[in-house]
Design a protein around this ligand. Sequence first.
Ligand code: SAM
Length: 249
Amino acid sequence: MADEPTVKLYLGDCLDILPTLGKVDAVVTDPPYGLSFPYHSYVDSRFNLIRLIRLVMPLLHEMADNVFVLCGPSQITLYPEPDWVAAITWNTTGSFGKYGYSQWTPLLCYGSDLDGFGNVNNVMKTDTLTINGGAGVGFQRTKDEKEHSCPKPLNMMQMIANRFTLPGCTVLDPFMGSGTTGVACVRTGRRFIGIEIDEDYFKIAQKRIAEAQAQLPLFPPSNNGLHLTAAPGGLWNNVDDSGAAAGEP
Ligand SMILES: C[S@@+](CC[C@H](N)C(=O)[O-])C[C@H]1O[C@@H](n2cnc3c(N)ncnc32)[C@H](O)[C@@H]1O
């Protein structure tokens, strides 16, 4: 385990890649919403979301005892019944109202909670978590986050990582988009496996996660543990620490 890379990123369809992976400690993910968001390649229809949920949830439950899924209020009933629902709230002057993404977002929780009362990993052990930032779109986005049509704020994903997973554990995000869950995992000391179907988003995630790793004093950029693995039909080869693809000089 100690020799395992701390991050593995896969470009491809998670429905193809998940069956090739082993067990992980937790899934933390933010699947599409079925709200016609203008993703580059995935068509964000409600029909496609229902199909995706039906196919992916059994795979995720097989891989992890603890699965945490962000969705909008209007998607809760599309998912299998969770063990409990946490809520993320924020102050905002804007609201997406009937589209189900107003001032709170549900986190569907499958599995058992971390042991203990009070604080866990410095986050209050409560079912309602509040992030700062807001106005207009509801939360502030960095320049990198704006490159994706539906990114999550980094402070939200860091809080979720700290509240629901333990340091050193392996977290999987099969719908990683621009890689916010991965950045949060790097910054909070979790191992990360990410999958994204769109090549442009994958490249953004790759860059953001590598930058987050480079910023950690314990992981200098020359040995940052980044390990890109070719997905079936994917474009990325194994990359060693020098940045050369396997088999290249
Ligand atoms: C809501 S976004 C995730 C955004 C992410 N949380 C972030 O902060 O950037 C959902 C992502 O799932 C990707 N996606 C859709 N279907 C997929 C599939 N079958 N396998 C892998 N990724 C998929 C979409 O391209 C999109 O980037």
